[in-house]
Design a protein around this ligand. Structure first.
Ligand code: MTE
Ligand code: MO
Length: 213
């Protein structure tokens, strides 16, 4: 499928689901699988079809916007930061979920402490090397399980799954985690990302089926 057709199809699907009136559930449930999701043991690849291969020497991650200290990290500097691992479940808005994903990398809070966002920073805008973008509230990013991950199950993340580095925000639908991450910008005002301007939710909470904006 071409990129344009994929985007159009996914956008249409959101419109169709919205028209059907997908009912949000207000209470989180005791079960592990969020409402409307199906468990998969595979690991589908979901993206715009562009897998940018960035040589180690050229890779950079930039932290900018409303920060005391704008930072650009190269691969060596990024990997010299404290490393963590976290096991989490992965929920894609197109209704598949995968349990027990073991991600390793740098905690978002570590990057936060490096760049020191100013008090009026409230939103985060992520960009990827493939031209992708997504927005998340700063509050949601400050959960301990939010990572810029470089490993999956103990091995470097494959290119198709977002290597060299991708964002993981386990408590939100997976489109909020930018693969091939390139930039993290701290903002005062919210700025909708790629899917957010195409009918998807700003907040993306799987437990309330918060799929569409
Ligand atoms: N850079 C980038 N990140 C992205 C996407 C994308 O197209 N480009 N797709 C998102 C979507 S919709 C999902 S479900 C997950 C899929 O991750 P996976 O391909 O590793 O399963 O990545 C998210 N992050
Ligand atoms: Mo997705």
């Amino acid at each position: 499928m071409s990129k344009e057709r994929y985007i159009a199809a996914k956008q249409q699907w959101a419109e169709k689901q919205k028209a059907k009136g997908v009912v949000p559930r207000s209470e989180p449930r005791a079960e592990r699988l969020p409402p409307g999701q199906k468990l998969t043991t595979g690991f589908p690849v979901l993206d715009l079809g562009i897998h940018p291969e960035i040589p180690e020497a050229d890779w950079r991650l930039t932290l900018d916007g409303l920060v005391e200290k704008p930072v650009t990290l190269d691969w060596k500097a990024f990997n010299a930061l404290p490393q963590v691992e976290d096991m989490s479940d992965f929920h894609c808005v197109t209704t598949w979920s995968r349990y027990d994903c073991r991600w390793g990398g740098v905690a978002f809070t570590t990057l936060y402490e490096l760049a020191r966002p100013k008090p009026h920073a409230r939103h985060v805008y992520f960009t990827g090397y493939d031209g992708y973008s997504t927005n998340v509230s700063l509050a949601a990013c400050l959960d301990a399980d939010v990572l810029v991950a470089t490993s999956f199950d103990g091995a470097p993340i494959t290119l198709e799954h977002g290597g060299r580095a991708r964002v993981i925000i386990p408590k939100l639908y997976a489109w909020k985690g930018a693969k091939f991450v390139k930039g993290i910008t701290f903002l005062e005002e919210d700025k909708p990302g790629f899917w957010e301007v195409r009918g998807y939710s700003n907040t993306a909470d799987p437990w309330t089926e918060d799929r569409f904006g």
